[in-house]
Ligand binder design. Structure first.
Ligand SMILES: [Zn+2]
Length: 250
């Protein structure tokens, strides 16, 4: 699904592009190649590959798969997509051990399966990580220059990536913050309201136009407003609006 000449969505439960267990999989396209953001669950990887070929042709050229955090709906497709496309996987030093081991406990897959969140037969395939990064590293990938910003809260290994392209400032946020200022606090051992309160200030004042979240709506303009709404909620003495509550989509 083409959004702009450089931004595509090639996997997604909510847009009906791939498996119902997939996060949004964005493809950022520059002359140098394609930067794939997250990989979906692995249950819809054939459709993601087909969507990429439909958009860009049979010969996809060079590319890289960049992972935002270690949850199964974001990393589960990495091994299959990397093998099929020949594109290396880049993950944080915090997520890399889980990705490389196919760690079903560490990724949260086993716990979510016990709650019925994923099919019992879903497995996590170990996946090589070609490059690891840490907080504040700048990644030069496929013509995009991205600054990695660690923001704990949804998970302890969640990263946002700040970039500028086509005259716009963009922020890839995974499950850190969603459209409308909704946060990604979940009932899991690795999710923490206190960590959210400590780290969300790192996303203040970035002047974000394009906000690309792992679920729900995305926007090409005014992205900072949604980040600031979440920061405002986190500054109060109540639990903020978060995914999974009422009709807040996930
Ligand atoms: Zn997540």
């Amino acid at each position: 699904m083409r959004v702009t000449p450089w931004l595509y969505v090639v996997g997604s439960r909510q847009f009906g592009l791939s498996s119902r267990y997939d996060c949004h999989v964005y493809a950022l396209r520059a002359a140098a190649g394609t930067l794939l953001i997250d990989s979906g669950s692995g249950l819809g990887h054939e459709r993601i590959v087909a969507n990429l070929r439909e958009e860009f042709g049979a010969d996809l050229g060079p590319g890289t798969i960049l992972l935002t955090h270690r949850h199964p709906d974001h990393i589960g497709g990495a091994a299959r997509l990397s093998a099929e496309l020949g594109w290396p996987v880049v993950a944080s030093a915090l997520a890399a051990p889980v990705v490389m081991a196919g760690d079903e406990v560490g990724s949260g897959l086993a716990g979510a399966q016990a709650q019925g969140g994923y099919p019992a037969e879903m497995r996590l395939t170990p996946c090589a990580v070609a490059r690891q990064f840490d907080d504040d590293d700048v990644l030069e990938l496929e013509g995009f220059s991205l600054r990695a910003i660690r923001v704990r809260g949804h998970s302890s290994d969640s990263f946002a990536f700040l970039f500028t392209h086509g005259g716009r400032r963009g922020l890839i946020v995974g499950d850190i913050v969603f459209y409308g200022g909704v946060v990604g606090l979940i009932n899991a051992p690795d999710s923490s309201l206190a960590a959210y309160c400590e780290d969300m200030g790192k996303l203040a004042g970035l002047g974000v136009d394009v906000l690309l979240a792992g679920h729900g709506l995305f926007t090409l303009a005014g992205g900072q407003r949604h980040i600031d709404m979440a920061r405002e909620e986190l500054s109060k003495g109540f639990v903020p609006r978060t995914i999974g509550q009422g009709d807040l989509i996930f």
